[in-house]
Write a protein that binds this ligand. Sequence first.
Ligand code: NAI
Length: 287
Amino acid sequence: MRLEDIKKIGVIGGGTMGNGIAHVCAQSGYDVILVDTSGDLLEKAKKTITANLDRMVKKEKITEQAKNETLCRIKLSTKSEELGEAQIIIEAIYENLEAKIAIFKQLDSICTNGAILASNTSSLPITQLAAMTRRAERVIGMHFMNPVPMMSLVELIRGIATSNDTFHLTQELSRRLGKTPVEVNDFPGFISNRILMPMINEAIYALMEGVASAEDIDTVMKLGMNHPMGPLTLADFIGLDVCLAIMEVLYKGFSDSKYRPCPLLWKMVQAGYLGRKTGRGFFVYDK
Ligand code: NAI
């Protein structure tokens, strides 16, 4: 398959990441079929995409016409069988290995032989997802960053069996979507989370040990290292449960104690202090 052969892109899971991926694909001229488990969730996804496009119109980044055309290219469906029409499917359901394995098996039977199956997973092994299909060479990780329409990076993760053709086509597609792809081999946390999460975890250790206050830890990293956001603010933004889950993947995946999740991170998650989404994490937020 060549880039010109890709006409329709399937996205399964229309949450935070899935609606952003659908938005970017449609804005780049692709017909998109967005699948989720209920009509309500799909309507919510479409509302988010519309609001994000409206913001772009307001900022004069796109025209009203481009907005309407983008929205017209997105078809919503609760029937995953409809993904069979797409040349590439990007999976963005929640981060759960069993659920993703079930989806990959299902997609493998629905989709044409040549179709590429991509996963937006932030931490699960692409090699294992690929092994659940009869097309391991056409399975790849496409790890977009949040918020998808704003962030230019996409990590392309090669499973052990991912073919060069699949990699190069996905690389070209990422560029067509206006993104900057990087090539990463399939090891726990890829590059982004392997470096980011231990930094956040270390900031939590520093807080737990009383080295400095949460505000001061963030100030050091913002003013001293020029990070746009301190690590604890960023952890609250990502969600402390998500941070913990990724640290666990690193810890188990490398069998190395240097990735052990900080006990304070555990405690925060057990308390339900998950960050922005619950109104409280290392900082307090208006809900
Ligand atoms: P989310 O929870 O916002 O959305 C997941 C969506 O998938 C929900 O709308 C849910 O109804 C749907 N879904 C679940 N099972 C389904 C099924 N069987 N069929 C169809 N739809 C189904 O999750 P989010 O944050 O968008 O994450 C999605 C993926 O992206 C995860 O693998 C996550 O690790 C990854 N990711 C998340 C980032 C983030 O900042 N949120 C950043 C980069 C990657």
